[in-house]
Design a protein around this ligand. Sequence first.
Ligand SMILES: *Cc1c(COP(=O)(O)O)cnc(C)c1O
Length: 380
Amino acid sequence: MIRLTVPSIDEADFKAVREVLESGFLVQGSKVAAFEQAVADCVETQHAVAVSSGTSALHLALLALGVGPADIVVTTAYSHPATANVVELCGARPIFVDIERDTYNMDPDCLESTLKRLMAEASTARRVKVLLPVHAFGQLAKMPAILAIASKYQLPVVEDAACALGAKLHGRQAGSWGVMACFSFHPRKAITTGEGGIIATNDASLARRLRALRNHGQDADAPAGAFIMPGYNYRMTELQGALGLTQMVKLERIVAVRRRLAAVYDRLLANTPIAPPVVAADSEPTYQSYVPLLAGDLAQRRDELIRESRAQGIETTIGTWHIPLTPYYRTKYAFHRGLLPGADAVFDRTISLPLHEQLSTADQQAVVSTLTDQLARPAP
Ligand SMILES: *Cc1c(COP(=O)(O)O)cnc(C)c1O
């Protein structure tokens, strides 16, 4: 089986986790703090607050900004459902912006027209609280344009950078653009802590609030550790912190390998009906996933392609989700096809190919020839 993803775990990771187990200090020790510093250094922010997952990072970022019932958070239509779920869990409403068909990222023109519409209506204008763009599959959204729009409407930007640790746009790190940025260390991301997440920020008071929210509402900076609000237990364990530290050492290598493998796929897919993913000018993605786009007339064969390639020992899957078309959002907000044409087209036609450090060029050739052979056969 050529696996979709295999985490890059080696002897250093085993040793680090074992040392934590032997130390007896499993939570709230020095490993998580050191991991936070390593991520802050990498992202080039003043602070980083480690939590239990990318989802809890997003949840706390919105809570720290005071997002609550009846508020509106403007986000992208094409992402993991977690991006919108956290908005719902705050009692707020996600408004979905359509995406660019080439980069799969939030389309700044659609963002502008969505905000214009929301701001023209007194009842919605004062409820819009946060912009939540996503860096799809580890490629930054068009942050200069998004930040310009955000500042015009005086809205804070939170980056869903779950897939983008180590990605850059115009030489600037993912996670250093918004007021906060959320990363995930789920095993499908470039580096992993099993489960885990982190919020990067330059705002000391937000960092303090995030630290309280993740730890039962206890203010770490208050003399006696006063409980100042109701909070969650969204803490990262020392096992994860230690693993994160040894994984961070490998981040540059892992991202470099992923870029090299992506370039090989790009070449192999040339002159096939499967178009390589588009990288914007001056953008350095991490390729959390390698997600090419099937030609338009092949959309109805995408699921067959995934099924058949798996049957032949090659694990592929869809790109990610068209959130407004998932049952909860479709039902609650009466979404249907046609409202977000960019997301409609991309959702039907994307396929995620195997990408990990153990993948050989022969594996990649097998992946591409299996897919193109299948497409050369008539549809069943
Ligand atoms: C993975 C992912 C999440 C959720 O992260 P978890 O660590 O799995 O909770 C959120 N948003 C995006 C875009 C993701 O890819």
